[in-house]
Design a protein around this ligand. Sequence first.
Ligand SMILES: C[S@@+](CC[C@H](N)C(=O)[O-])C[C@H]1O[C@@H](n2cnc3c(N)ncnc32)[C@H](O)[C@@H]1O
Length: 289
Amino acid sequence: MTKNPDFDEINEAKACMDNIYDQADPGPYFRELQKLGYVIPNEAKPVFQKLISQMKLQRDGSLNVLDLGCSYGINSAILKHDLSMSKLYRHWGQKRAESETLKENVEYHKQYFAALDRPEDIKVIGLDVAKNAVSYAEDIGLLDSGLTCNLETQPVPASAKGDLEAVDLVTSTGCVGYITEKSFDHLLPTITHGRPPWIANFVLRMFPYDAIEETLSHWGYVTEKYEGQTYIQREFASSKEQDQVLERLIGEGIDPKGKETEGELLAEFYLSRPKADAADVPIERLFAA
Ligand SMILES: C[S@@+](CC[C@H](N)C(=O)[O-])C[C@H]1O[C@@H](n2cnc3c(N)ncnc32)[C@H](O)[C@@H]1O
């Protein structure tokens, strides 16, 4: 068994944002992340779109996506409504009346998203430990259903099993590191109950992926990294954060020169698929087409 990397220790190199993840209103989340140029959902968008279009060739009807660490439904908004982070920052950056209640706020955003086109026919289940974020995303209609749980420490709730068994594609941006192979260990028996989904994770370069890859392999998955590609997650919050991350990367044997040295945290993309699917169309061919 691959040694379980100490993600808690690795996370210490990164600025802590826990205070913005679970507010009743997503304003603080968007304001803080906009300041840091957080763009990974945008970077991930064409990759997820490619996977969705490929999977739609094989599976009937609307595709069921499970977004891990879904927060306020950001990947869902971007994919369902063909939005971008800059549009979402603009939207949530609007000045609203100070007297506005949460109920009024929810109603306003619900109507905004309901009026947008929905070019992508997908259903999104969002999973996150942040209860307020998940219920907000459900209330404004960005999530078709939300699941608040911590699969690092608990099994999949029995009430969620039906929905999760129908998942075709698992996505995540900015979440691996908070979740480890433990979450996948808990998730896999349920999501592979029917036809196994594809699993698509954007992962900061400082988080080793081998333990997750090994866990997924026990369920018949082959994991491929999209070699030679990096994706901007966000700018460093401070030079202290940058120094700590550079030190961490060098300690892991990863060369940050010309990459994180330029001022941004970078992610890589890992795609895990059932063996036969991976053999059929290797990752390079998938994205070349
Ligand atoms: C950097 S944010 C990314 C949010 C969103 N995916 C995005 O890219 O905008 C990390 C998210 O992971 C969530 N998270 C932290 N620990 C988690 C866990 N154990 N299980 C699920 N989500 C978790 C946080 O609540 C937060 O919403």
